[in-house]
Ligand binder design. Sequence first.
Ligand SMILES: Nc1ncnc2c1ncn2[C@@H]1O[C@H](COP(=O)(O)OP(=O)(O)OP(=O)(O)O)[C@@H](O)[C@H]1O
Ligand SMILES: [Mg+2]
Length: 336
Amino acid sequence: MQLAVRTQTSPSVDGKKPPYVIAKDLVKYYPVPGLGHRTVKSVDGVSLTIGEGEVLGLVGESGCGKSTIARLMTRLTHATNGELTIGEHDILHMEGEALRRMRRVVQLIFQDPYSALDPRMRIGQSMETPLEQHRIGTRDERNALVYQMLEEVGLDASFYDRYPSQCSGGQLQRVVIGRALLLKPSFLVCDEPTSALDASMRTQILNLLMDLKRRHGLTILMISHDLRVVRYLCDRIAVMYLGRIVEIADRDELFRAPKHPYTKALIASSMLDETGLHAPEMLLDGDLPSPLNPPDGCKFHTRCKYATERCSASEPEFSTVADEHLVRCHHWRDLG
Ligand SMILES: Nc1ncnc2c1ncn2[C@@H]1O[C@H](COP(=O)(O)OP(=O)(O)OP(=O)(O)O)[C@@H](O)[C@H]1O
Ligand SMILES: [Mg+2]
C-alpha cells in the first residue's frame, strides 16, 4: 500500500497559506473501444488552485470536461497524468485506508438527486448509511445526527420516514446535501447541483449551500454551465474550453473585463438569456469540436472570429492580465 505523500505542510515562504486544492496539469484521456490508440481528451492539462474557504466556479459548454474534473477530484476516475493535492493529501496516489478517509473529506453533489438516492430506502436510512460505513457514532448518535441535519437543511422530522418518491426534487437535493455534510467534509464538489431543479428551487438550494459553506467553513468547486449561478456564488471563476482552462479570474473582474473571446461569448449569451436582447455578433457559432480530435493551435480558433494564422499554428500559454487574472489567448491585448 502506498502512503499519501505529504506536501506543503508548512506555510509558504511569503507566510501566505498555500491553497487548499492544487491541481497541476491534470490530464484525463479515455480510450475509445475499437479505435486503437485514439483517446477522448476530456481533460487536457488543467491547472488550478482553490483557497481554503473559497468558492471556485468552473464554467463551459456541455462536453468541455467539467464533470471529468469533478470525477478526478473525488477519485471516481483515475487521472492519466498530473498532480492533485487537497489539504495535504496527494489525491491521485492514495490507496486503502487513506483513500477511504479521503472520501469523507471530499464530497460530491450531483445534478440529479433522484439517482443519488436509493428509491427503496427511507430518507433517514439513506442519510445514516454513510455514517455507518465510516463507523461514526453509535446507532442512537447516528440517528440524532440525521434528525439534526434534516433540520439544518430545512426539512422537518417527518422526512426521516419518507421515501424519495414522496419528496420534490428540491427536497431531495437538500437530503443529498445533508447526507454529504454528515461526514463533515472540508471540500465540496458540486456538479450542476441545481440544473435539474426549477427556477424557484434553484435559488433556495444555492442559498442553502452558501449558508452551509459559511457555517462549516467549506471549500467549494461549483461546476455549472450557467454563468448566472457562478456569478451569484463564486469568489473566482475558471472558464473551460475543450479540456483546458482558457481564463481564470476573480468573479467581478471576469464579468467586468473578460479577455478571452470565448468568455466574452459566454457572458453575452447568458445576458441574452436574461434580457432577450440581441447581441448576435458576440455569440458563439458552431459546435464544440470533438475532444477525440481537438484542433491544433488554440483550441478555440475554429470558432473564434479574431483567429489569425498564429492561432491555428500555436497554442497560447497563459498571459497574466492582472493579479490572479490569467488568459490563454494570443490576441487578448488587441481585443479591447
Ligand atoms: N467514461 C467516458 N468514456 C469516454 N468518454 C467520456 C467518458 N466520460 C466523459 N467522456 C467524454 O469526455 C468529454 C467531457 O465530458 P464531461 O462529462 O466531463 O463534460 P461536461 O463539461 O461535464 O459536460 P456537461 O455540461 O454536458 O455535463 C465528452 O466528450 C465526453 O463524451
Ligand atoms: Mg457534466
